[in-house]
Design a protein around this ligand. Structure first.
Ligand code: FPP
Ligand code: MG
Length: 328
């Protein structure tokens, strides 16, 4: 965990000043007269945590020599969209905790969480209309579409134990990797042009984000809630069959497959993730999924190879290590 924390610090260091600006912009954008809204935006401010996506916008700008004085605003927009998706995701997942604090749907209720997510999303797009180029709003509107489609697909493919790895990755990519990818692409190309470098950085972000989601899915099964800081075991409880389980299920005999399906589907079971761990050895599935994440991160790092050496590029390479090492 110390190693992972050091990797985050290393990641942010080259863009520390820019991140201060990002936080000033966020504070100004989320400022509202309504005491209730202030209370809520103050609360979700505690979800910020690593602000990896925003940092990646700035790092991609620096690493490609493309930084502009609008990059901090672009990074803030990406961060607000990310926050909106988290608030909505926690409703869908019935989650209780995120970054060690109560989710909005718990501290308040689902209605408030829907509205607060919409508020954050609206602020993000309002700010994007103030930018000198439309690239940011165009790319992020398209990303939001993909993200929603990913979530819808995920929901309709619940309890699908026969899902191919390709489909799992397409869904995980859409719901998580797409925003990483868009952030990196915007960093490299905003306000326009620079398409080739943009495509390489988009691929870096996609692979990094997909690896992040695969590790997240492993932690959901075998992580420790106190360490990870959010509700775990939610995937099994919600019927999401993630890569480690797909791997184990595909190699199980029919009797065990039936018991795995029971753990997911029988009514009124408590702590289904624990029951699943007791029912089968998830070890080989976790190992396989982590190896796949490692492969994606290797590919991500290759995408940076054409860029000149710089502290920003080094930080992005460190980000890839952080993803594999993280246990919270
Ligand atoms: C996390 O998945 C989910 C996301 C990163 C995307 C959620 C997106 C939506 C709900 C669409 C919202 C749309 C708008 C316009 C705001 P997870 O549940 O596997 O991760 P977790 O463990 O962090 O909860
Ligand atoms: Mg969730």
């Amino acid at each position: 965990m110390r190693r992972a924390r050091a990797a985050v610090a290393e990641l942010i260091a080259p863009v520390a000043e820019g991140m201060e600006r990002v936080n000033e912009i966020l504070a100004a954008q989320l400022d509202e007269d309504s005491p209730a809204v202030r209370d809520m935006t103050g609360h979700v401010g505690r979800f910020h945590g690593k602000q990896l996506r925003a940092a990646l916008v700035l790092l991609s700008g620096d690493a490609t020599g493309n930084s502009t004085d609008e990059h901090a605003a672009v990074a803030s927009i990406v961060e607000m969209i990310h926050l909106a998706t988290l608030v909505h995701d926690d409703i869908l997942d019935g989650a209780e905790k995120r970054r060690r604090v109560a989710c909005v749907n718990q501290r308040w209720n689902n209605q408030i969480a829907v509205l607060l997510g919409d508020f954050l999303y609206a602020r993000a797009f309002a700010l994007s209309t103030e930018l000198s180029s439309r690239l940011c709003s165009r790319l992020l509107a398209e990303t939001t579409r993909r993200l929603c489609v990913g979530e819808i697909e995920q929901s309709t493919r619940r309890y699908d134990f026969e899902m191919s790895q390709e489909d799992y990755e397409a869904i995980s990519g859409a719901k998580t990797a797409s925003l990483y990818s868009a952030g990196c692409e915007l960093g490299a190309r905003y306000p326009g042009g620079n398409e080739e470098v943009g495509a390489e950085l988009a691929a870096f972000g996609w692979n990094l984000g997909l690896a992040f989601q695969i590790v997240d899915d492993c932690l959901d099964l075998v992580g420790t809630e106190d360490v990870v800081g959010k509700t775990l075991g939610a995937d099994v409880a919600d019927g999401k069959v993630t890569l480690p389980v797909l791997y184990v299920y595909a190699r199980a005999d029919e009797a065990q497959r039936s018991r795995i399906r029971d753990v997911y589907t029988l009514p009124d079971l408590e702590d289904r993730a624990r029951l699943l761990r007791e029912e089968c050895d998830l070890g080989p599935g976790i190992e396989y999924a982590m190896a796949r994440a490692g492969e994606l991160l290797l590919d991500a790092r290759k995408r940076l190879a054409g860029l000149p050496e710089s502290p920003a590029r080094a930080a992005m390479e460190a980000a890839a290590e952080f993803v594999l090492d993280r246990n919270w």
